[in-house]
Design a protein around this ligand. Structure first.
Ligand SMILES: Cc1cc2nc3c(=O)[nH]c(=O)nc-3n(C[C@H](O)[C@H](O)[C@H](O)COP(=O)(O)OP(=O)(O)OC[C@H]3O[C@@H](n4cnc5c(N)ncnc54)[C@H](O)[C@@H]3O)c2cc1C
Length: 485
């Protein structure tokens, strides 16, 4: 093989790693198990040729804000990041809904006495948003981090990541809003890890926003792949790597794979200590996905919910905490947390000429749950949007257990490639100063199983590539990533 660098897996991290290495002037080859590239960024027509569904990720607060994507500049490459007027909504009983507008002021206005508290929680983070994002996505303890940002986060994590969380707001709306964002951790709540996720995503909702790429998430994979091709890189879809020895002699091999797949393809090359560490990386609960083709907008009881990019169905804070904690312990929730996205809320072009459109949803369920989620998720949406059931033209459910056959990184449906606990947030994949370097010469872990963890931010790939450039090629400076360079 003539490549300087091999990347296994073409998810956002694999592509970010490949782009970074190619931009440094190296010959890069990417091997992808699936027939389509993109991993968690795939979009596909599922029911009719003119309606595209996001198979995994749909909403991109981190792609709009992460250091890798800021440099790469999606917008300058023609990806329109459509920012909804309401970042996320959280319907409640009696036709009410809590709404997180992109405008912090409008959000606070609707929260009554809790408006002041929401402002005090979010404003200081918004004023230092870049520092907050850089600290939380930097992948390891960062001595260069702004100490004021660290202090702001520490106090808030303490209050919202402990039993004190239930005492921070007077009314149901603000508490529900924050618990819905914290639930993106997909784990027991409240914990410092869930609070950290809530603060990162929560403040971005009022800053760079929670955008959807016009046309679907696949657009992000397309422009990453185009940049790679423009710099000489090649992608080989439909090639699952089963044995790392295939790449003997390649100077750097970056693996966009989960811990279990790493062990499978590394076989006896993986030293015992590192093997033990990867085995100890615990998986979190599963996601069970439902894609719908519907005949029109979702008939939410509170019509403003239809203007939100993302909708959280979980009820009041106490319910969200209870259900998420039960699911993390392997018990079925009777009313599981469900996320819903109607992309047409911001991207009307996603609808067919006759008005049929995609709806994206997934529920948090125990790891490995084999239950078809269609009925569960449909009932949850119907509860807050009476009549939804009648709009469904076609639907496809993928259980948590089945998600793994779609992508080996999602073991038991764990879309985070490892539970986001406090320990596994700070030390991911385990206690190593450089989370990307492995004891195997030239082999790097570059997936969401390494810090900073799940989400479409490209940072595990970018930071792994920087580590490999330094160690394997003696290249210390970051290659330029912008479209003009
Ligand atoms: C249903 C769902 C909804 C989500 N929603 C969002 C969202 O809205 N916003 C957000 O930011 N994040 C979301 N996520 C999470 C996000 O998609 C992931 O965190 C992200 O894709 C992780 O990127 P990655 O590159 O590490 O891995 P992946 O995207 O999982 O990519 C890994 C790639 O490696 C390939 N691969 C694995 N093993 C091999 C092998 N042996 N040989 C060759 N190829 C291999 C896989 O096929 C895959 O293409 C969602 C995920 C799911 C599943």
């Amino acid at each position: 093989m003539t490549a300087d660098v091999v990347v296994v897996g073409s998810g956002p991290n694999g592509l970010a790693a490949a782009v970074t290495m190619a931009r440094a002037g190296l010959a890069v080859e990417v091997f992808e198990a699936a027939e389509e590239i993109g991993g968690g960024l795939r979009s596909k027509a599922l029911f009719r040729a003119d309606v595209v569904h996001d198979v995994c990720s749909a909403v991109h607060p981190m792609a709009a804000a992460s250091p890798f994507f800021r440099e790469f500049d999606l917008v300058a490459r023609g990806v329109e990041l459509l920012r909804p007027e309401i970042s996320y909504a959280h319907p409640l009983e009696g036709g009410r809904a809590a709404l997180a507008f992109h405008s912090l002021a409008r959000t606070c206005e609707r929260l009554g006495p809790d408006g002041r508290r929401w402002e005090a929680l979010m404003r200081p983070l918004l004023d230092r948003s870049r520092g907050v994002v850089d600290l939380m996505l930097s992948g390891r303890p960062n001595p260069a981090a702004d100490p004021l940002v660290a202090l702001l986060l520490a106090g808030r994590i303490l209050r919202h990541g402990s039993p004190l969380a239930t005492r921070q707001f007077a009314g149901e709306e603000a508490a529900a809003l924050l618990s819905g964002v914290a639930a993106h951790v997909v784990g027991a709540m409240p914990t410092p890890a869930s609070a950290a996720v809530a603060l990162l995503l929560g403040h971005l909702a009022h800053g760079s926003g929670w955008p959807l790429p016009r046309g679907g998430s696949g657009r992000i994979a397309e422009v990453l792949a185009a940049d790679l091709a423009a710099h000489g890189g090649r992608i080989h879809p439909g090639q699952r790597v089963t044995d790392l020895r295939r790449f003997a002699g390649v100077r750097a091999v970056l693996l966009d794979v989960g811990a279990r797949e790493f062990l499978t393809i590394g076989q006896e090359l993986v030293p015992a200590g590192y093997r033990r560490m990867l085995r100890a990386l615990r998986n979190g609960p599963g996601a069970a996905k439902v894609d719908y083709l519907v005949s029109g907008p979702i008939p939410w009881a509170e019509p403003l919910v239809g203007r939100a990019g993302t909708v959280h169905l979980g009820g009041i804070q106490r319910e969200v905490f209870r259900q998420e904690t039960a699911v993390a312990r392997g018990r079925h929730g009777d009313t599981p947390f469900v996320l819903v996205v109607d992309p047409c809320a911001v991207d009307p072009g996603r609808a067919a000429p006759d008005g049929q459109r995609p709806v994206w949803a997934y529920a948090h369920v125990p790891n490995g749950d084999p239950t078809d989620p269609v009925e569960l998720v449909t009932a949850r949406i119907e509860h807050y949007a009476p009549g939804f059931r009648d709009t469904v033209v076609a639907r496809r459910g993928v259980s948590a257990a089945a998600l793994e056959s779609y992508n080996p990184n999602y073991v038991g449906g764990d879309i985070a490639s490892g539970a986001v606990t406090v320990k596994q947030s700070l030390l991911r994949p385990g206690p190593r100063w450089d989370p990307y370097r492995t004891p195997m010469r030239g082999v790097y872990l570059c997936s969401a199983a390494a810090a900073p963890g799940p989400g479409v931010h490209g940072m595990s790939g970018y930071l792994a590539a920087r580590s490999a450039l330094r160690r394997e090629f003696g290249i210390r400076s970051a290659p330029p990533l912008g479209p003009a360079e």
